[in-house]
Design a protein around this ligand. Structure first.
Ligand code: DP6
Length: 351
């Protein structure tokens, strides 16, 4: 399905229970990373980023307005949400309520199929699904662009999961007044030539990470002497990436994605104190990717705020790449993802 159709699908609300909506969204993996904020409250990023939405690990979220209730009731995988996760979801609902002029609390049920907190973008699919479901349940009439801006307020990378396939998230106008800067930072689909890619995900550690991406990003911007140079080079990477995607040049897409991700990890390693997400198992997988290339297979790695490695390759080579990576991943689970769809509403009615 092309991205424009998906965007329209988001806006088509079938009938359902009053003030209740269910939405589904998939994670995305950045090929040009988002790392660093200009504004923490509005979640305005320092740089543009670009991602591929996956066809695996969907998150399904149901929001039901609960007039008269004294507080929001949030469950993740059937268990009550706690701590930071709960705080972020309630803050997001507050934002939706403010826009909708409602004081209704809500019951939120989320089912994640991705291991939470493992650098596998569970917050991206999570806040994208929540944005679509909550906006509908509270009767906000938002188009896909506005929904991407709303999802951004939950987690920056979530803005990109509104759309399918390849997606750019604009950093927006940094020189503008707050309202304009907010309006100008949204995601949209990126045209791509024939690529037929796959992303082999090597889960070397599915446990939650020690340092959240939010905290690591802040520390990097505040203390890493390598942050500014990376941000400057990331701009050039994005231009080159868009060109490579447009002409369907997967080799160049992979080359740029790998250097951009390793550069991001270099910025963290230079933070004070250093943030290091790579584990010995990650390095072994990175070595296996180098070996695949020496053997003539198109394979390039990217990594996020965790030790897991994602390998971009041709769809036709996915099983071979998965086999090699499995051998290197020291018993970790291997998943093969392809480009996936944007967020969509399953049922919903905001009355
Ligand atoms: C390394 O979107 O999780 O995955 O905006 O603070 O919620 P917050 O951060 P988040 O950061 C994702 C960082 C990344 C790179 C990326 O997805 O672009």
């Amino acid at each position: 399905m092309v991205a424009e159709q998906q965007a329209t699908a988001v806006l088509t609300a079938p009938t359902g229970t009053a003030g209740s909506a269910t939405a589904v969204a998939h994670p995305n993996i950045a090929l040009i990373k988002y790392w660093g904020k200009l504004d923490e409250r509005l979640i305005l990023p320092r740089t543009d980023s670009l991602s591929m939405t996956l066809d695996i690990f969907p998150t399904t979220t149901r929001v039901r307005r609960s007039p008269g209730a004294g507080h929001d009731e949030v469950t993740l995988g059937g268990k009550p949400a706690q701590g930071e996760a709960e705080r972020r979801i309630v803050a997001f609902l507050d934002l939706v309520r403010e826009r909708a002029g409602s004081t209704d609390r809500a019951v939120v049920d989320t089912e994640n199929t991705v291991p939470t907190g493992a650098g596998l973008a569970s917050s991206a699919s999570g806040f994208a699904a929540l944005a679509v479901a909550a906006a509908t349940a509270y009767g906000l009439d938002l188009d896909a662009t506005a929904l991407s801006r709303l999802a951004r307020r939950g987690s920056g990378s979530a803005s990109r999961s509104l759309f399918g396939d390849f997606v750019v998230w604009h950093a927006g106008r940094h020189d503008a007044p707050e309202e304009e800067a907010d309006l100008s930072s949204y995601a949209e689909p990126v045209p791509a030539g024939p690529l037929d890619p796959a992303l082999v995900v090597a889960v070397v550690n599915a446990g939650p990470k020690d340092v959240s991406s939010r905290a690591a990003m802040r520390r990097t911007v505040d203390t890493s002497p390598l942050f500014e140079p990376w941000a400057v080079s990331s701009k050039d990477d994005l231009t080159a990436m868009r060109e490579a995607l447009g002409r369907g040049d997967l080799e160049t897409v992979g080359e740029i994605a790998e250097r951009n991700a390793l550069g991001m990890h270099a910025t963290m390693l230079a933070a004070r104190p250093a943030v290091r997400y790579m584990s010995p198992a990650s390095l072994t997988v990175l070595d296996s990717v180098l070996q695949l290339r020496r053997d003539g297979v198109l394979a390039y790695a990217t990594m996020d705020a965790g030790p897991n490695v994602k390998v971009l390759c041709r769809n036709a080579d996915a099983d071979r790449v998965a086999g090699v990576v499995r051998g290197a991943a020291q018993g970790g689970a291997i998943h093969i993802a392809r480009p996936g769809p944007g967020a969509r509403l399953l049922t919903g009615d905001g009355r």
